[in-house]
Design a protein around this ligand. Structure first.
Ligand SMILES: *Cc1c(COP(=O)(O)O)cnc(C)c1O
Length: 431
């Protein structure tokens, strides 16, 4: 029998990528070699950082098993928390499948460290949409506002820098906690680097040293060789179905930081008196460990995808944040199409590139926690996982799509080419 020869390019053709789209991508990629090398360098450092922590904590085969019931003396759970604390250079960590998502982790960190009469300050503008209900910016059952915690916000200046003058004015006797969102979320402001977060924290601590500085680290983990906890944050919070879960964690969130702050969160998650002592890990720990182990290279794959997308869509004349050359501090890529058709076609392309549910067509829907219809493309192994190739966009001005993830670089690349193909096929753009 004759050997069947099929080149990579032919594979793309078979999977619906035209010669034109393939060539467009190839030309863009040629310019990205140096940047991709830098990303691999960061991944190499972070891989060693995670490995070193696992070795120093003596992760053993027994740690991969789980407990049931109360989960007393869960060796694997407690060791995993030590591994996280080492990687983030913090006193303590809470890493649990009982933390249902990123919003829950953030709500937990806030509600456990704030008391009635305290004030929360966001010095970086409006926080992530779902936190509006946690804080009570949009009235909501169980919000911090309902418990008598007030909120103040200082927006970034038009050029994206911190409004130090008004931040200083906003800090008062009641200010107990500061929340700093690293990633831009559904906004088009720049994402904050760890260094910039460090400068902001230093400024705040110099005015009020005892204030608890929390960083929403969602999408930021392992993008740099440092984390916000290396820059003075008292609490760093994130979701395990984003970067640190490495695509393998099927649920979960983490809170790392100062012992007292993490303990407060544990007493809120379980119960006063019980804290970290309970919370069975069930059968989930091997995925948490392996996911965390793979997170540095998975994050690198996602970053390459984001940069590839930025370069493609910027060259086509769309506004992209971050732009094609900017340094990166999270894995999100925003592309402003300016029309609902653009947002929808892009998401359809990402969905069509998925390993799961590639045959379904995503549609805008009223998602809980968001104030406009949102279209989401996520053909993921873990439902809603956004470290996997995914895109979402609120159907409202300025009609921007937020693209992120990709467990492997070749898949991220394919997804972006597929999005480009869909935009061409639907005549939203012409190459
Ligand atoms: C994803 C995200 C959240 C919320 O996480 P969920 O897991 O979706 O609840 C909060 N903040 C930022 C910046 C995020 O990206």
């Amino acid at each position: 029998m004759m050997e069947q020869k099929c080149t990579t390019k032919q594979m793309y053709t078979e999977m619906g990528i035209s010669e034109e789209v393939y060539e467009y991508g190839r030309r863009i990629l040629e310019q990205l070699k140096v940047r991709f090398d830098e990303i691999d360098g960061v991944a190499e450092f972070n891989q060693l950082k995670v490995l070193k922590a696992m070795q120093e904590c003596q992760v053993s085969e027994a740690c991969l098993l789980g407990t049931t019931g109360y989960g007393y003396n869960d060796l694997g759970r407690d060791t995993l928390e030590s591994v996280y604390a080492k990687v983030f250079h913090t006193e303590d960590a809470l890493v649990r499948p009982q933390i249902t998502c990123g919003t829950h982790a953030l709500a937990l960190a806030l509600m456990s460290n704030l008391r009635p009469g305290d004030e929360l300050l966001s010095p970086v503008g409006k926080p992530y949409d779902t936190l509006e209900e946690v804080i009570g910016i949009r009235p909501s059952k169980g919000s911090l506002a309902e418990y008598g915690v007030t909120y103040r916000q200082v927006d970034l200046l038009p050029d994206g820098t911190f409004d130090y003058e008004n931040i200083k004015k906003a800090i008062n006797d009641k200010t107990r906690m500061v929340t700093i969102q690293r990633s831009k979320g559904y906004q088009t402001r720049p994402t904050l680097s760890v260094d910039r977060i460090g400068e902001l924290i230093a400024f705040i601590k110099q005015i009020k040293p005892e204030v608890i500085c929390m960083v929403d680290n969602c999408y930021g983990e392992f993008v740099e060789t440092k984390e916000p906890s290396d820059a003075g944050a008292d609490l760093v919070v994130g979701s395990l179905i984003k970067n640190p879960g490495g695509g393998l964690a099927p649920i979960g969130g983490y809170i790392v930081g100062r012992k007292e702050c993490v303990e407060n969160a544990a007493y809120r998650l379980t119960s006063p008196g019980l804290g970290k002592e309970v919370g069975a890990s069930l059968g989930i720990l091997s995925q948490f460990y392996q996911g965390f182990f793979q997170a540095p290279t998975v994050t690198a794959a996602a970053l390459k995808g984001a940069i590839f997308a930025a370069n493609i869509y910027e060259s086509l004349g769309f506004s992209v944040v971050p732009d094609s050359r900017e340094s990166r501090h999270d894995i999100i890529q925003a592309v402003t199409f300016g029309t609902p058709e653009g947002v929808i076609a892009f998401c359809e392309g990402i969905q069509a590139a998925a390993p799961v549910d590639s045959h379904v067509t995503p549609e805008p829907w009223d998602m809980p926690g968001y104030d406009a219809k949102v279209i989401m493309a996520a053909g993921a192994f873990v439902s809603g996982s956004s470290i996997e190739l995914s895109a979402d966009g609120p159907i409202k001005e300025p009609y921007a799509v937020y693209f992120q993830g990709g467990l492997t670089w070749p898949h991220a690349k394919f997804g972006i080419l597929k999005s480009l193909q869909t935009l061409c096929d639907k005549r939203v753009i012409t190459l």
